[in-house]
Ligand binder design. Structure first.
Ligand SMILES: [Zn+2]
Length: 185
């Protein structure tokens, strides 16, 4: 393909999923630029700090984008969130691949292979087939993601998982996933 840049814009939220995605892309030799999006999520401050720390640890260029006006509930599914993230990455980094750390097991439509395929078609229309949507974790469960992240030696202490607040709340889905996986490890 002509004018194909090999860079990838990774949506780096500062959680384990996006950190592992970064590590996998770097292992494949991709040039990765990190994008953090503050869309008004309750844990935005902790996520921003974790995202920045992880980018620094991995030597990734880091940018942030602030989006206001969404009504974000305390935790759980945010319908259309990944649409917002992918569209923002595509607009902020045209001619880059877009990488997103979605994984299996959530049941959310915007984490599904069908969603990935539909977005790939849209990116093909927009960028003439030069932009891939990279979702290397899409078939992995959360437990498998944690196991791979631990095996890769990722700085898990730098990640932030809680969806509800800047301190782990202990009750949201992400806190429970993290606790149960750490307890089994
Ligand atoms: Zn939590």
């Amino acid at each position: 393909m002509q004018n194909r840049l090999r860079g990838a814009c990774l949506l780096l939220s500062g959680g384990v999923d996006s950190a592992l995605t970064a590590s996998m892309l770097l292992d494949e030799g991709a040039e990765v630029a990190a994008l953090f999006i503050d869309y008004g999520q309750p844990a935005a401050d902790a996520e921003r700090s974790a995202s920045c720390d992880i980018a620094r640890t991995m030597n990734l260029p880091w940018r942030d984008l602030t989006v206001r006006g969404l009504l974000v509930q305390a935790a759980g599914e945010i319908p259309g969130r990944n649409d917002l993230l992918i569209a923002s990455a595509s607009a902020c980094f045209p001619h880059h691949d877009v990488a997103l750390g979605v994984h299996a097991g959530t049941g959310y439509p915007d984490c599904s292979p069908a969603h990935r395929q539909a977005w790939q078609q849209l990116l093909d229309v927009q960028h003439g087939g030069t932009t891939r949507l990279l979702t290397p974790l899409i078939d992995l469960t959360k437990g498998e993601v944690f196991a791979l992240a631990a095996r890769a030696g990722l700085p898990l202490d730098k990640t932030h998982s809680c969806e509800s607040s800047n301190q782990p709340c202990g009750t949201c889905r992400s806190c429970k996933d993290r606790e149960s996986i750490v307890a089994r490890a």
